[in-house]
Design a protein around this ligand. Structure first.
Ligand code: FAD
Length: 418
């Protein structure tokens, strides 16, 4: 019996387990290690603070998302020992493998910024929406917020879903507008980047959207600490931004065991080949989704497209054949912009987000870098696709590779890393 061990039952781990369990022959045993008993639909966390979803809409038992026949181990990884083809769990259990997939994602780490978690204002005036407890606490804070200075802040890139803080800002603008108190709320978007977003055309469009809504943009802000007592965000270049409500995206980091295992970079992301997801040092070790150090967005769409390419390569690899498929960094993300509209961006390693239509040229129905109602409906419909098509590993009629069909190239075609 050959053993495939998958660490993490989030988006990437669940998809990979379900597809490979179906496509590998009976020689293989597929095992998934996951500490949590519930799978969380993370894109829904954006809407929860504004009262659109509740916990029950976003959570399902982990066992219900994995096909029958896949072995489940409830536990947390302590260390990978690639020299011994073994994974050690925190409770001392050891799991041997023939092939290993690391899909343990990335986690917000407010403990890494002085004064953020430990300043006494966490979940009072200092909030985040990247975790379920954080989004629930922020919902309460928004209910009690009747005016003042709101900062929406990114600590450092990369973060998962890099557009989510912008979406939160647009939704907050619309939320206060609907409540009739927008003129009493001063909103500033605070980013370590030198523009509203990483890539030139998207940065321009998103910057205009902030401007049109009267939202201030504070760029190149590298946070040094949160002065919770004086309610100020302080940067290394000694700028101070006062707040009544701070909504931050804390530093995002891969799992600590990645560092303990000598498999990753300083933020604990696993080194992999950007086209095959295979470790350059250990040919039987792979990393998928946010856990990998791919130079594209950390997003569910990247997990989805890269898993499709990975599966084909993995099947060739275990059959002893050369791998012939290459992931191109394809990502696409809906950008919710408030009042029932959204934009869509579609890009890869070499092509920045451009205007146009997706997936069908001229027809769409989705429009790139343009706010439409249809894009918003696409974003909402995605939750059903996620549970019923993507996670079970059913094919979606969208190619894994990015297409230029329907896109309008701009004269300046430079690409910036996300
Ligand atoms: C607010 C928000 C909005 C988002 N919106 C979008 C969107 O609109 N579109 C989009 O494409 N993406 C979006 N994303 C990003 C998307 O959710 C992630 O990119 C995606 O879930 C990544 O999948 P993953 O499997 O790599 O990681 P995850 O889904 O996070 O799964 C990682 C799993 O690993 C497990 N794990 C962690 N450490 C260990 C350990 N030591 N041992 C064992 N298991 C461990 C965790 O419990 C978890 O189940 C959003 C994310 C957030 C937070």
């Amino acid at each position: 019996m050959r053993r495939l061990l998958i660490l993490g039952a989030g988006t990437a781990g669940t998809m990979a387990a379900n597809v490979l369990h179906r496509r590998l022959d009976d020689d293989w045993e597929v095992t998934v290690v996951e500490p949590s008993g519930a799978h969380l639909y993370q894109p829904g966390l954006l809407f929860l603070p504004f009262g659109r979803y509740d916990t029950a809409d976003l959570k399902r038992p982990t066992h219900s998302t994995l096909h029958q026949g896949i072995h489940r181990v409830r536990g947390e990884v302590e260390r990978v020992v690639p020299e011994a083809d073994t994974v050690e769990l925190t409770d001392g259990r050891r799991l041997p493998y023939d092939e290993l997939v690391i899909a343990t994602g990335t986690t917000p780490r407010p403990d890494q910024t002085p004064g953020m978690l430990d300043g006494g204002e966490w979940h009072r005036s200092v909030h985040e929406f990247y975790t379920l407890p954080g989004a629930l606490a922020l919902r309460e804070a928004l209910r009690g917020f009747h005016g003042g200075r709101l900062l929406v802040h990114i600590t450092e890139m990369p973060i998962k879903c890099p557009v989510a803080p912008l979406e939160f800002t647009f939704l907050a603008d619309a939320f206060f507008d609907d409540l009739g108190i927008r003129d009493r709320v001063d909103i500033t978007y605070v980013t370590p980047l030198s523009a509203a977003f990483t890539q030139p055309v998207a940065a321009r469009e998103l910057g205009h959207m902030l401007e049109r809504r009267g939202i201030a943009l504070e760029t190149d802000f590298v946070v040094e600490r949160v002065d919770a007592e004086r309610k100020r965000l302080v940067s290394f270049d000694e700028r101070e931004l006062p707040f009544d409500l701070l909504v931050t995206v804390p530093l995002n980091m891969g799992a600590d065991f990645v560092a303990r295992s000598g498999l990753g970079d300083e933020l604990h992301y696993v080194h992999v080949d950007r086209h095959t997801s295979q470790s350059p040092d250990w040919p039987n070790v792979w990393a998928l989704g946010d856990a990998a150090d791919l130079p594209t967005s950390k997003a569910g769409s990247v997990a989805h497209f890269s898993v499709e390419v990975f599966v084909e390569n993995f099947l060739q690899h275990v059959a002893g054949e050369p791998m012939t498929h290459a992931f191109d960094g394809h990502a696409n993300c809906y950008v919710e912009s408030g009042h029932g509209k959204a934009m869509l961006i579609d890009f890869n390693y070499d092509t920045q987000p451009l205007t146009g239509t997706y997936p069908v040229p001229r027809v769409g129905p989705f429009r790139l870098l343009e706010e439409t109602r249809v894009n918003h409906l696409g974003k909402l419909a995605f939750r059903h696709l996620y549970w019923n098509v993507l996670l079970p590993g059913r094919p979606l009629p969208l190619p894994a590779h990015m297409s230029m069909a329907g896109k309008h190239p701009e004269p300046s075609h430079e690409t910036v890393e996300v």
